[in-house]
Write a protein that binds this ligand. Structure first.
Ligand SMILES: *Cc1c(COP(=O)(O)O)cnc(C)c1O
Length: 222
């Protein structure tokens, strides 16, 4: 069931767009099922849950942390996380760099841009993010690789609003790409699109979609 859903989603993804199977709140057995069908990238948004699943499941899984990450919890995932999607402050970036250095590794990250209308969502305002990248300050963090942007669109049925937000994120991505500091950077990922809006996201530049409920079913929050 899980594998069939993954396969049918994959058929709708253009070449080069990767699928992050968002497994939060779902048991390790379902992840194993998807793994057995060939899926290797999984997304989680709670540190403790991710650590438990990492310990229980095959070691060649690429674990992506997609939720809001608290600075004091970075150390628990630093040994193994493949990509942290939602870096929303320099403070967090600095801590990831520090913990990566302690592990003797480089951690890949994306910066979360706040583009949706909701006030409650995390992320840099577009202007702040651009100013931070223009400043070049981030170059001192040698154990993080800043590889692109992540965003969430407004939760609405209005496809025009969603498309517009993804397009703004893409424009910001391109503007940053053009900065002189970016010549040697690995700036290439655009993480946008969830179960309900990923088809819009791939039309507006997504390179990575984060899909949970369309694969694993509705989440049951304990
Ligand atoms: C839970 C979550 C998703 C997946 O949402 P679905 O609607 O279940 O596809 C994607 N991105 C983030 C940041 C999430 O927290």
């Amino acid at each position: 069931m899980v594998c069939e859903r993954i396969n049918s989603i994959k058929q709708t993804l253009p070449e080069g767009v990767r699928l992050v199977a968002v497994s939060k709140y779902h048991p390790a057995s379902m992840i194993q099922e998807a793994y057995d069908g060939g899926q290797r990238i999984f997304g989680e948004s709670h540190v403790q849950e991710l650590v438990q699943k990492y310990e229980a499941l095959p070691k060649d899984i690429e674990w992506h942390f997609i939720g809001h990450l608290q600075t004091n919890k970075v150390k628990y995932i630093a040994p193994f996380v493949s990509l942290i999607h939602a870096v929303d402050s320099e403070h967090l970036l600095k801590e990831i760099d520090k913990q990566a250095k302690r592990q003797g590794r480089t951690i890949s990250v994306l910066l979360e841009v706040h583009i949706a209308q909701e006030e409650t969502k995390y992320g840099w305002l577009p202007d702040e993010l651009l100013a931070f990248m223009e400043s070049g300050i981030w170059q001192q963090y040698e154990n993080v690789s800043i590889e692109g942007l992540m965003c969430m669109a407004t939760n609405t049925d209005d496809e025009g609003i969603i498309a517009n937000e993804f397009e703004r994120a893409r424009e910001l991505f391109e503007t940053i790409k053009g900065l002189s500091y970016m010549v040697n950077a690995q700036w290439r990922e655009r993480s946008w699109g969830m179960s309900h809006d990923y088809l819009i996201a791939v039309r507006h530049g997504s390179t990575m979609v984060r899909i949970g409920s369309s694969i694993f079913g509705e989440r049951v929050y304990a």
